[in-house]
Design a protein around this ligand. Structure first.
Ligand code: ATP
Ligand code: MG
Length: 362
């Protein structure tokens, strides 16, 4: 038995978040059973539009105290635009967590899964397997700037990119350490220092300096334009890719799109210091168009749970969970696979198949 208990706050949220969450939990419990992990789940009903209807806000005033002691937030999906406008539900929940818990890393896997149609020709599972690390708090998304002479033909609009030494170094440190933990030990940095003449050379400088402390990690850098081409033409080159807020944003959609997994991939918003909880969620939203039908694909939710175990260092259990997801994707069959992936199955058939595969300890 692992001595540490991983404390997980479960926030299912809205729509299909409520339907896929139980399967995420059951699969984690299955992995905990086989690998003797101590996982403790506590469920919260806030950060949902139901909660908003009752209380007129997405979160209770003391949400930070309520959640601070947890290692992880396991998050479903938020938003029911017919009930609460998306900007209110999103800003009132997920983005609060991200900011208040200083989740300065956004982490996404880019992995070719069996049974998933890859839009790139001649690629098979195993060929593409890398992580995208995005800076999540500053950079191009700093709301610094303004408009002058509005409404006239002299209009000027300016928005600044803000990079701080602390902000850049901490995301690079995380990316170097992640690369160091992997067999290939390779880090790629996204830049554009030939066109963005102040901030991007600074980014490159910090990469070069930090690489001195990680001599076992091989490093390369590409300008963002050619980097996107490489994602399509030679995705097997990559191991860990790190980018600023904007570049990371673009790459973290492009990467999973290249592997056909954009609808089923997970995402982590991570505070690597452990001072605050990190959040793991499927990338998909609450999908109001299919909620209540029991047909939502639970892969993203289960994969997010797997990613959470991997993040906290439960190597064996997380590897087994990933293998079970892949087993079901490749061999589950028409009756198990959900409709979005061309099968006749539903949330339960798929979730149960993964749970059973984990329990079988294959
Ligand atoms: P977000 O709320 O994250 O901005 P969105 O509202 O644009 O996302 P989603 O809620 O992800 O979009 O839904 C987009 C489409 O994908 C919808 O048609 C939805 O039914 C489908 N979809 C999303 N997630 C799933 C899933 N897990 N299983 C099956 N279909 C899904
Ligand atoms: Mg939505």
């Amino acid at each position: 038995m692992s001595t540490k208990t991983l404390k997980i706050a479960v926030i299912a949220g809205d729509g299909i978040g409520l339907e896929v969450m139980p399967w995420g939990i059951r699969c984690l419990q299955a992995a905990a059973k086989i690998y003797n992990l101590s996982l403790e789940f506590s469920e919260f009903d806030f950060a949902s539009c139901e909660y908003y209807k009752k209380h007129g806000k997405m979160l209770p005033d003391d949400w930070k105290e309520q959640l601070s002691g947890f290692d992880a937030l396991y998050f479903g999906a938020v938003g029911l635009p017919d009930v609460v406008p998306d900007h209110v539900s999103l800003w009132g929940s997920l983005l609060q967590f991200r900011r208040e818990f200083d989740q300065y890393i956004n982490l996404r896997p880019c992995r070719l899964m069996p049974g998933v149609r890859c839009p790139l020709a001649n690629r098979k599972p195993g060929d593409i397997d890398f992580w995208i690390v995005r800076e999540n708090t500053e950079g191009e998304y700093s709301s610094v700037g303004g408009k002058m002479f509005p409404g006239t033909d002299r209009e000027i609009v300016i928005q600044e990119t803000v990079m701080t030494r602390t902000g850049v170094d901490r995301v690079l440190k995380y990316a170097f350490e992640l690369a160091q933990s992997r067999p290939k030990k390779h880090l790629t940095s996204a830049t554009k220092s030939n066109g963005i003449a102040i901030t991007m050379p600074y980014w490159d400088e910090r990469v070069a300096e930090m690489s001195q402390s990680y001599k076992d990690v091989s490093v390369d850098k590409f300008h963002i334009d050619i980097l996107t081409a490489h994602f399509v033409q030679r995705p097997n080159h990559f191991d860990v890719v790190v980018g600023s807020n904007l570049f990371g944003d673009i790459l973290s959609d492009l990467g999973p799109a290249c592997t056909g997994t954009i609808g089923i991939a997970p995402s982590g918003n991570i505070n690597p210091t452990g001072k605050f909880p990190s959040l793991f969620e499927p990338v998909h939203g609450s999908a109001p168009d299919i909620m209540g039908k029991g047909i939502a694909n639970p892969v993203g939710m289960i994969w997010a749970g797997q990613m959470m175990l991997e993040h906290f260092g439960y190597k064996e259990a997380s590897a087994a969970m990933l293998k079970s997801i892949e087993n079901v994707l490749s061999k589950g069959g028409d009756a198990v696979i959900t409709g979005d992936m061309g099968g006749r199955g539903n949330t339960k058939t798929f979730g149960e198949a993964v749970e059973q595969d984990i329990l079988a300890g294959s």
